[in-house]
Ligand binder design. Structure first.
Ligand code: PXG
Length: 465
């Protein structure tokens, strides 16, 4: 059913898209041969495409539409702000009401001590800010040699030169001359893929202690900061063993380095608390935010820093850094309204008390599926690892990602957006998901996994690589 067509016919849009649009993280020729999927409307947790087909959005857009689609309050606030003051900058000793109010609101919501926000237009920009800000911080403290950032393999921190260098995605580093100097990557706490026979708790400690070994190798006097996502998102919803973060915190406390929690995905209710740092009792010096800050309704991100970091930066003289859209008034007003809705509608509470426990219960049942090697879930983040041999946690003999991609396409056909990372399937749905929505999500996921299983058997691909 094609409701209120607000667009040209699908084939025409696909041809125009192929002719003029370069997509992110996409093999252009492959997409253009096939034609892009065009999403035209969304309401609640449901997307509609240009042919009228509907999907349950298991990814909340791109891990961001925490409050769900179609909240008119945000449209109204944006329209009002565009009329009052569509743009003004925050350089040259000026500000405007929305950015001031948002900075204050964030200080209220943040874990103790994080009271100062440097705004950006995205998570990538915010992490670029962190690189320059942290190095400037150490220089201001008379320790300019503290320049090295320690990050993790398979981390995602953005796509700009700086943030992609902070990230640990090998494929990204292979393009464009990355990483930039003075960034190193330690192994990740990915038990399913890399833990072998080690007990998960022990493995978590081992992976955390790599940080201490790396600090010793580099010399503490040369290390500026450790950056990590509380739960790795784009890397495949890597939920660390419970032993991991307390040990990381101990190591950061024991050495003179800053801890940056990249909460671009984990922030604003995703893990069942306002911040992943609460879920894992992390005490960051800096937090990166974006995505759920505005539920994706407007592009905005930021670096929220501790009093001590802010005092040092404020005292050092001019910090030569900023974006035209740092604290954009429309984005700031939209973010404020989003934060109001997250709180007043009890959406973070709903995620913690209703949706996440029910998702965890239902998701765990996927572990019984014949091609599922592990089903893991934390808050409103979940993943299943696909395998031809459950007990061995073995990968498929097919090229990495082929089975996952096939499953993703099957999910689309079955009305579910569930994406693949390698040969795992992940969800990060809007936090407003009801129990009924979760039943629908699981039903469609099982149907899709069944179809993948049938295809694997028919093709003789239930073999380990
Ligand atoms: N940090 C984290 C933890 C992220 O997940 C960024 C920083 C960068 O934010 P911006 O706003 O610059 O995109 C992200 C973004 C994927 C995918 O395929 C994930 C992200 C972005 C694009 C794709 O899972 N996360």
């Amino acid at each position: 059913m094609n409701i209120r067509a607000n667009h040209p016919p699908t084939a025409e849009m696909q041809a125009t898209d192929a002719a003029h649009h370069l997509h992110p993280f996409t093999h252009g020729d492959a997409l253009n041969a096939k034609g892009t999927r065009v999403i035209t409307r969304a309401e609640g947790v449901t997307l509609t495409d240009s042919d009228g087909k509907q999907y349950l959005d298991g990814m909340a857009g791109l891990w961001c539409v925490n409050i769900g689609y179609g909240r008119n309050e945000l449209a109204d606030v944006a329209a009002r702000q565009m009329r009052d003051l569509p743009y003004y900058n925050t350089f040259f000793q000026t500000a405007h009401p929305p950015v001031i109010a948002l900075a204050k609101r964030l200080a209220e919501l943040m874990p103790e001590g994080l009271n100062h926000t440097f705004f950006a237009g995205s998570g990538s920009e915010a992490n670029d800010t962190n690189l320059r800000l942290v190095r400037s911080y150490w220089a201001a403290k008379g320790k300019p040699e503290k320049r090295i950032f320690i990050s993790r393999k398979n981390a995602y921190h953005g796509s700009s030169m700086g943030s992609a260098s902070l990230g640990g995605m090998q494929a990204m580093h292979g393009q464009g001359g990355l990483p930039i100097p003075d960034i190193v990557h330690i192994d990740q706490p990915y038990w399913y893929g890399e833990g072998g026979d080690t007990d998960p708790a022990e493995f978590g400690l081992q992976r955390a202690r790599l940080l201490e070994e790396e600090i010793a190798r580099l010399g503490e006097e040369n290390v500026a900061a450790f950056i990590a996502e509380p739960i790795q998102g784009a890397g495949g919803v890597i939920v660390p063993p419970e032993t991991y973060w307390p040990e990381i915190q101990r190591i950061c406390d024991a050495h003179d380095i800053l801890l940056i929690a990249d909460e671009v995905i984990c922030g604003f209710g995703r893990t069942g608390n306002w911040f992943g740092s609460e879920t894992y009792a992390i005490r960051p010096d800096i937090m990166t935010i974006a995505k759920g800050l505005s539920s994706g309704y407007a592009p905005i991100g930021g670096s929220v820093v501790s009093d001590e970091v802010a005092e040092t930066i404020n005292a050092m003289g001019e910090f030569y850094h900023g974006y035209t859209y740092s604290g954009h008034p429309v984005a700031a007003a939209v973010a404020l309204e989003n934060l109001r809705i997250l709180e007043e509608d009890g959406i973070v509470d709903h995620a913690r008390d209703v949706a996440a426990p029910y998702l965890a219960e239902k998701w765990a049942q996927l572990a019984d599926h014949p091609i599922v090697g592990e089903a893991r879930c934390k808050g409103m983040l979940a993943a299943v690892e696909l395998t031809p041999d459950k007990s061995a946690r073995a990968p498929f003999s097919t090229p990495v990602g082929q089975v996952g991609l096939r499953t993703r396409e099957t999910c689309f056909e079955n009305g579910l957006v569930m994406r693949n990372v390698r040969d795992s399937m992940i969800v990060s749905p809007p936090l407003i998901l009801t129990r009924g929505d979760i039943d629908t999500l699981i039903d469609r996921a099982v149907k899709s996994l069944d179809e993948t299983h049938a295809w694997l058997k028919a093709e003789g691909l239930m073999t380990a690589g």
